[in-house]
Write a protein that binds this ligand. Structure first.
Ligand SMILES: [Zn+2]
Length: 307
């Protein structure tokens, strides 16, 4: 439980970061530099920037000009706290397992656990920032999505190296294992390939999703989607892999369709009018990140009831 609470606290801090990413992209401001009040431009101190606490303490107003600073700040902090808290809570059994085998911070199992958790948290940060920018201004900024794709590739590669390194280390530690290493056997090489396989699948899938969105843009002459959705599709293909990314896409289309029908019925939108697709991709990805494996298992049970 404390592990989930730790996730909540980390999430609220990251929430302020998400808000900075989204706001500064939309206002074309540098990501660097200290925060200031959008109304009076007074520079903010650390005690003005404590997630949730500062907002409640100052009753949603700026300490210096007393103007309202908008509930979006606390909303993003709370949402991020819940999302990351949930992520940590879900990982707690893995956490206990890796702690059980903990010898040093350089321990392979713990490093793999930590990197996987950091990668998922990073995914949540970027997704929520893009949700905000696309929802508010129908924009998926290049300065967020392109570095994220690059970072995603590097981190996933690192994970493959760590896991292969762990396998090598594990085998070299015992007498029988030594005979599974080259040049005695091709066991290690085969298993190293098996570790790398999901990453290769996710790269191929990422390109397939990007290509699919690109063809949709060409067919609909850019009325349904934009170039930002192509890059977001590549990013989530890379981060979720196969078959989870496919599930995220299917969910995005279903949620998007239901939501559009509602808007048309409520006469908020007309048929054929454009709404941003990014937020649905983000929602589909969140559901997949948290419950993807359960949904896929359930779906396979319907397809193959005997097994
Ligand atoms: Zn102010």
């Amino acid at each position: 439980m404390w592990w989930g609470s730790a996730g909540f606290v980390i999430g609220t801090i990251l929430g302020s970061f998400v808000k900075v990413l989204a706001d500064r992209s939309l206002n074309n401001r540098s990501f660097w530099g200290r925060s200031y009040c959008p109304k009076c431009k007074h520079q903010l101190h650390w005690y003005d920037l404590i997630p949730i606490v500062s907002y409640i303490n100052l009753t949603g107003r700026c300490r210096y000009c007393n103007k309202k600073i908008g509930s979006e700040y606390i909303l993003v902090e709370v949402v991020m706290g819940v999302l990351v808290g949930f992520l940590f809570w879900q990982s707690s059994s893995n956490f206990q397992f890796s702690i059980l085998n903990f010898q040093s911070i350089l321990n392979f199992q713990f490093s793999i656990f930590l990197l996987e958790l950091v990668l998922k948290t990073f995914f949540v940060v970027i997704l929520l920032a893009l949700f905000i920018t696309d929802f508010k201004k129908m924009l998926i900024p290049d300065r967020i999505i392109i570095p994220s794709i690059v970072l995603g590739i590097i981190a996933n590669l690192l994970l493959v190296f760590l896991k292969t390194g762990y396998l090598y280390f594990y085998l070299s530690q015992n007498i029988i294992g030594k005979f599974l290493l080259p040049p005695h056997s091709d066991y290690f090489r085969r298993h190293a390939l098996m570790i790398a396989e999901p990453f290769l699948y996710s790269v191929v899938l990422a390109m397939a999703i990007g290509g699919f969105f690109l063809s949709l843009i060409i067919i609909t002459k850019g009325r349904g989607m934009g170039g930002g959705d192509v890059k977001l599709g590549i990013f989530l293909g890379l981060m979720l892999g196969f078959p989870q990314a496919v599930l995220a896409m299917v969910l995005a289309f279903i949620i998007g369709a239901v939501f559009s029908i509602f808007l048309i019925l409520l006469k908020k939108k007309r048929w054929g009018q454009i709404i941003a697709f990014g937020p649905f991709l983000v929602l589909g990805s969140f559901i997949t990140l948290f419950w993807g494996n359960q949904i896929l298992e359930w779906y396979l049970h319907i397809l193959l009831p005997a097994t």
